[in-house]
Ligand binder design. Structure first.
Ligand code: AMP
Ligand code: MN
Ligand code: MN
Ligand code: MN
Length: 296
């Protein structure tokens, strides 16, 4: 049954669990999404689909329709761009292998980040960050940020990203992620739709942004996040027009990571403009409907 996927569905198609840099388990996120009135949910861990079955099962138990999700780190024009994949087969071998390769460099990068931090007097950062995630394949800047707060170098995570871990600051190590073409091929081969995540965050010039969008469309990309936790009201207006101009499907997601750190909670987002075509309308066939609400 697809008629419940109306444009105003409270869809939250972007968030993170302990399978990447979130602090809640897939089960706790499902519960929080349901409690917050989310009507269609996707968990989108960074470069990892290991939490998908748990999220899907938890959502099903709560009567919450679910779309599989992932957020893939891509190097584009020397910068990092995030691509969200939605509605794919999370058991697809090509996708799993591609993501495994993308994650592969994280441990080495983290060791280099820790060495660079040690040069400015921050000691024990690798072990300190690893404590927050356990698996070195999943270690991210967010885990370093938590460690820097815990060790008293900064008062909160936003301060960390102002003083450390970003280009030109201590602890920043450039990294080569997946290519745009590879990320889109993995998503498409697994039956999903690709979406440009939080376009307002990249600081691209109009020319660079045009290049990203046209290459993305050239590789078969179909969607763009318009309403996200990291967009201002101005960004939302701007990317509403971008979605219309390029005939892209519009997505909506909080990018929730943690009750303590995230400004935007699950499901607590502005609605998409009625002029847009929501990505979930193109994904109706890919939704995992809980048994209780399934219709013939
Ligand atoms: P990584 O994939 O290891 O480069 O880590 C990227 C993650 O760091 C993002 O997914 C965010 O969760 C987090 N991050 C990056 N920049 C910021 C920022 N300015 N404020 C808070 N978190 C950030
Ligand atoms: Mn993150
Ligand atoms: Mn992102
Ligand atoms: Mn994210």
């Amino acid at each position: 049954m697809t008629s419940t996927l109306h444009p105003l569905t409270n869809a939250d198609l972007h968030c993170h669990s302990t399978q990447s840099d979130g602090t809640l388990s897939p089960e706790a996120l499902a519960r929080r999404a349901s409690d917050n009135g989310v009507e269609l949910w996707a968990l989108t861990d960074h470069d990892e689909v290991g939490g998908q079955q748990r999220a899907l099962d938890a959502a099903s138990r709560l009567g919450l329709p679910y779309l599989t999700g992932v957020e893939i780190s891509v190097t584009f024009a020397g910068r990092v761009v995030h691509i969200v994949g939605l509605g794919f087969d999370h058991r697809d071998a090509g996708l799993i292998e591609g993501l495994r390769r993308t994650r592969g460099g994280r441990e080495q990068r983290a060791r280099e980040m820790a060495e660079d931090l040690a040069r400015v007097g921050v000691r024990g950062a690798f072990e300190g960050a690893l404590k927050y995630v356990g698996n070195p394949e999943l270690i991210s800047r967010t885990h370093f940020a938590r460690f820097l707060v815990e060790a008293g170098h900064c008062t909160d995570v936003p301060e960390v990203f102002r003083r450390y871990l970003t280009e030109g600051r201590p602890g920043y190590v450039e990294h080569r992620w997946a290519s745009l073409g590879d990320a889109l091929r993995w998503i498409h081969a697994a039956g999903g739709i690709a979406v440009i995540a939080h376009p307002g965050r990249y600081g691209f010039t109009p020319t660079e942004e045009y290049a990203l969008i046209t290459e993305f469309i050239g590789h078969g990309g179909r969607g763009i996040e318009v309403v996200t936790g990291s967009h201002t009201a101005d960004d939302i207006r701007r990317y509403t027009e971008t979605a219309l101009e390029f005939d892209l499907l519009a997505s909506r997601g909080s990018d929730f990571h943690s009750p303590e750190e995230s400004r935007c909670d699950l499901g607590r987002l502005d609605a998409l403009s009625g002029r847009l075509r929501p990505v979930w309308q193109a994904l109706a066939e890919r939704v995992h409907w809980p048994a209780a609400v399934a219709t013939p």
